[in-house]
Design a protein around this ligand. Structure first.
Ligand SMILES: [Zn+2]
Ligand SMILES: [Zn+2]
Length: 251
């Protein structure tokens, strides 16, 4: 399993693209986790084959997590994609994507020459797609957001989307090889958002040894990296880091 951090930023960050993760499975399937305003440009810097992407996961319906979908599909169309694309998300995902497509490029949806295959997940559900097992749990966020666990054989990845941990996400992440978690501030002062301190505690309780902190508030990312590193250093047995766009982790 190979993970590429296309973007690691929050919605308003002009230095870091929106958080978006590209996952390649061991048998070569390609998953994109979230696709916000600025994610497609990052995607196409790394991927030039229009048929490469198999599955798009949308954690929730804030613009920095799904407003990039019209551009992603437009570019696939322009590049001549023919392979169906699976899009997985909460039960309203098809309606939301149709709505954002209609606003961005009216009537374009009818021209797309490849199929969009929508699949739906609620919190606590289980789905097998390609060679991966998918499980979900709801985070604590300002709108419903699903954290996702992906298992491929012995390897496992947890991606929070947005939001603070809950008892259900803690259970979901248990023992994962890598947790990618949203951490907006150093501590839990913003309701509905994760924090560095909260994520460190989350990994300790979930028996996780590797943590990628993403979606940091832009001021925090610019000015408080020393404090973040000091917080990380207080936790033994955990490899916690702030990935940069383009960084790759292999599990
Ligand atoms: Zn959000
Ligand atoms: Zn967000």
């Amino acid at each position: 399993m190979e993970i590429t951090f296309l973007g690691v930023g929050e919605a308003c960050d002009c230095r870091y693209p929106n958080t978006s993760i590209l996952l390649k499975t061991d048998i070569g399937r390609s998953f994109l986790l979230d696709c916000g305003f600025t994610a497609p440009h990052e995607y196409f810097r790394f991927c030039t084959d229009p048929d490469e992407l198999d599955v798009l996961w949308i954690s929730h319906f804030h613009g920095d997590h799904f407003f990039g979908v019209p551009l992603l599909l437009l570019r696939f169309w322009e590049m001549g994609r023919m392979k169906p694309l699976k899009i997985i998300g909460q039960p309203s995902v098809e309606k939301k994507i149709q709505a954002v497509m209609d606003l961005a490029y009216p009537n374009f949806g009818k021209k797309i020459q490849f199929d969009l295959e929508f699949m739906y997940m609620n919190s606590g559900e289980y789905l097998v797609v390609s060679d991966l097992e998918l499980r979900t749990a709801e985070t604590f966020h300002s709108q419903p957001c699903l954290a996702l666990r992906l298992d491929e054989g012995e390897k496992s990845l947890f991606y929070s989307g947005d939001g603070r941990p809950t008892a259900a996400t803690l259970e979901l992440a248990h023992g994962c090889n890598l947790v990618i978690h949203e951490a907006f501030k150093l501590s839990d002062e913003v309701p509905g958002h994760g924090s560095v301190g909260g994520c460190l505690d989350f990994c300790r309780r979930a028996h996780v040894r590797r943590l990628a902190l993403v979606h940091l508030n832009r001021q925090v990312r610019m000015e408080e990296t020393d404090q973040i590193q000091a917080m990380i250093n207080t936790v033994s047995g955990l490899d916690a880091f702030l990935p940069e766009p383009g960084d790759v982790v292999k599990l």
